[in-house]
Design a protein around this ligand. Structure first.
Ligand SMILES: Cc1cc2nc3c(=O)[nH]c(=O)nc-3n(C[C@H](O)[C@H](O)[C@H](O)COP(=O)(O)OP(=O)(O)OC[C@H]3O[C@@H](n4cnc5c(N)ncnc54)[C@H](O)[C@@H]3O)c2cc1C
Length: 408
C-alpha cells in the first residue's frame, strides 16, 4: 500500500476544509494534505445561493442559529469578518439590501477559484477522488485510508459536512469516521428544505408563488414566524421563509400546521372591503372570478374552495358571511405538516457532533490532535449566508489551532 506522510490531513475539500487548509498554512504549517472524495474540491460551493454563493451576512448573531450555539464563541483568528478574509484572497464582495453578501461577480465560481488559488499558492497538496473509509490512532499519528493509499497525519481536521445534498459529496461518512474516534451524534434530520403537506391541498397550485406571512403552529400556538415568498410545489410548500421553518417543523410532523397569511399588508377588515367591492363590480360573473383581481386565478379559486364557496354561484350571490370565510382562508390558510423533504432537497443537516465533545479550539475531546469544523458539528444557521459563514469561521479556527499545536 502506498504511504503518504503529512503534518495536517484535512478530510473533505468543501467550504470549511479549504479554509482550514489556508489558515493552517498561514499559521506556519507547510505540509498540509486535503483529501476530497469527489473529482474536484468545493463542488457544493458552486451550487450555493443559486449559483451566486451567499457567502455571509452583514448582520449575524446567535439568534440566527439553532443547535449548540456556544460553538459560535469558539471562533478565533483573523476570520471575524469573512468579507475581509476573502478580500485578502483577492475576492471582492457586496451586500444586497437585505444584508446577504455575495461575490461582486455574482458567480459562486469566483469564490471557489479564490479559495483554490490560495490553497495552491500555500502549497497545499490536494488529493481528489480519495474517499476516506477508515481512520485510526497509531502511536504518533493518525492513519487514514481509502483502502489503497494510507495517509499518516500528525493532526487531522474532519471537514466532511453533513448528509444534505448527497449528490454534492455529503453522504454522512464523516459521522461514521468521528464515531470511530469516540464521538457521539445528536439526532440528524434534513433542514432548509421544503415542508411536505397534503398533496390534494397544493396540487392545483403547483408552480405558483405568493408573498405571505408564514406561521408554524402547534396546538394552535405560534412556534415561529417568517415572511417571504412561498412556492407551491408537488405536495410541498417551498421558498426561503419555508426553509427557515423546516428545522422546527420537523419536530411537529403529524401534529403541527403551517398557516399562510397571503394578504400580510391588509387587515381582515380592509380585505373584507376589497372583496365586497369586487363582488359588486363582478356581480354577474361566476364566483370563481371573485378574487382574480387580487390573486393569481388559481390561488383565488383555491381560497374559495378552502372557504367552502359553491362555484355555481355568481359573485353577486356571495353573502357577507361567505366573504368573512374567504378572508379567513386568505389570512389564515392552514396546511398540515406531513414531513420535511428528504436529504436530496435539503440544504443543511440539523444535528451533528455535540459541542460538549470539542474544546474551544474545536479540537476533539475524544481524540486529541483531531479537529472538527463545518456542518458536521451540531449547529445550524437559517438561510441568508449563515451556514457558509459558520463553515469559513470554524474551518479557519480549526486550521489555525491544528497548525499552532504542531509547534507547541
Ligand atoms: C443547494 C445548496 C445551496 C446552499 N446555499 C447556501 C448559501 O447560499 N449560503 C449559505 O450560507 N449556505 C448555503 N448552503 C449550505 C452550505 O453550503 C453548507 O452549510 C456548507 O457548504 C458546509 O460546509 P462544510 O465544509 O461543512 O461541508 P461541505 O461544503 O459540504 O464539504 C464537505 C466535503 O467533504 C467531502 N467528503 C465527504 N465525505 C468524505 C470522505 N469520506 N472522504 C473525503 N471527502 C469527503 C465532500 O465531498 C465535500 O466536498 C447551501 C447548501 C446547498 C446544498
Amino acid at each position: 500500500m502506498k504511504i503518504i506522510d503529512t503534518d495536517i490531513a484535512i478530510i473533505g475539500g468543501g467550504a470549511s476544509g479549504l479554509v482550514a487548509g489556508i489558515a493552517a498554512a498561514r499559521y506556519g504549517c507547510n505540509n498540509i494534505t486535503i483529501l476530497e472524495k469527489l473529482p474536484r474540491v468545493g463542488k457544493k460551493i458552486l451550487s450555493t445561493g443559486n449559483g451566486r454563493c451567499n457567502l455571509t451576512n452583514s448582520s449575524i448573531s446567535t439568534d440566527d442559529y439553532d443547535g449548540d450555539t456556544e460553538l459560535l464563541s469558539y471562533i478565533s483568528g483573523d476570520i471575524e469578518n469573512p468579507e475581509e478574509f476573502f478580500s485578502s484572497l483577492g475576492l471582492i464582495c457586496k451586500a444586497d439590501d437585505t444584508g446577504r453578501v455575495y461575490p461582486f461577480s455574482n458567480a459562486a465560481t469566483s469564490v471557489l477559484d479564490a479559495l483554490r488559488f490560495a490553497a495552491d499558492f500555500a502549497g497545499i497538496d490536494t488529493i481528489c477522488e480519495y474517499s476516506v473509509t477508515d481512520i485510526k490512532k497509531a502511536k504518533n499519528c493518525y492513519i487514514i485510508t481509502n483502502g489503497e493509499t494510507e495517509v499518516r497525519a500528525k493532526r487531522v481536521i474532519i471537514a466532511t459536512g453533513g448528509k444534505a445534498a448527497p449528490s454534492l459529496g455529503t453522504t454522512g461518512e464523516g459521522y461514521e469516521l468521528s464515531k470511530k474516534l469516540g464521538h457521539s451524534l445528536t439526532k440528524l434530520y434534513p433542514a432548509l428544505a421544503p415542508i411536505r403537506t397534503d398533496v390534494g391541498l397544493v396540487k392545483s397550485l403547483k408552480g405558483l408563488r405568493v408573498a405571505a406571512d408564514v406561521s408554524l403552529l402547534a396546538d394552535g400556538k405560534i412556534i415561529d414566524r417568517q415572511s417571504g415568498e412561498v412556492q407551491f410545489t408537488d405536495g410541498a410548500l417551498s421558498g426561503i421563509c419555508i426553509f427557515n421553518l423546516s428545522a422546527k417543523a420537523a419536530k411537529y410532523v403529524g401534529k403541527g400546521e403551517i398557516s399562510l397569511d397571503t394578504a400580510p399588508t391588509l387587515s381582515k377588515e380592509e380585505l373584507y372591503g376589497i372583496i365586497k367591492s369586487s363582488a359588486e363590480i363582478r356581480a354577474t360573473l361566476p364566483c370563481e372570478e371573485l378574487l382574480t383581481g387580487i390573486y393569481h386565478k388559481r390561488i383565488g379559486q383555491a381560497m374559495l374552495k378552502k372557504a367552502g364557496i359553491a362555484f355555481s354561484k355568481t359573485c353577486g350571490e356571495i353573502t357577507s358571511k361567505e366573504i368573512s370565510l374567504i378572508c379567513t382562508a386568505a389570512k389564515d390558510s392552514r396546511y398540515p405538516i406531513k414531513g420535511v423533504s428528504d436529504w436530496s432537497l435539503a440544504q443543511i443537516t440539523c444535528g451533528g457532533i455535540p459541542a460538549s465533545e470539542v474544546s474551544d479550539k474545536l479540537e476533539s475531546l475524544k481524540s486529541s490532535g483531531v479537529y472538527l469544523c463545518g456542518e458536521i458539528l451540531n449547529i445550524q444557521g437559517k438561510c441568508g449566508g449563515y451556514n457558509l459563514d459558520w463553515a469559513w469561521k470554524s474551518g479557519y479556527t480549526a486550521g489555525m489551532n491544528a497548525s499552532l499545536s504542531l509547534s507547541e
